[in-house]
Design a protein around this ligand. Structure first.
Ligand code: SF4
Length: 66
């Protein structure tokens, strides 16, 4: 079973904390709109993605099974 990153854009306040932790996955554009560049949780990104989940001040990031 794979796992996927989901952001609740209603909660996200575009402060860039997640991008600071792992910019390969989270990217804020010039309009302060957050993009998930890579939705899949992989062995390579898992630790940092989980750290972003923990540190997001809005608790807007979730990891879901698919
Ligand atoms: S850390 Fe959370 S609130 Fe901040 S940009 Fe990322 S998802 Fe949005």
């Amino acid at each position: 079973m794979s796992q996927k990153i989901v952001v609740d854009f209603g909660l996200c306040e575009a402060n860039g904390v997640c991008m600071g932790i792992i910019p390969e996955v989270f990217d804020l554009d010039e309009q302060d709109y957050l993009h998930v560049l890579q939705e899949e949780v992989t062995p390579e990104n898992e630790q940092q993605v989980k750290e972003a989940v923990r540190q997001c001040p809005r608790q807007a990031i979730s990891i879901v099974d698919e």
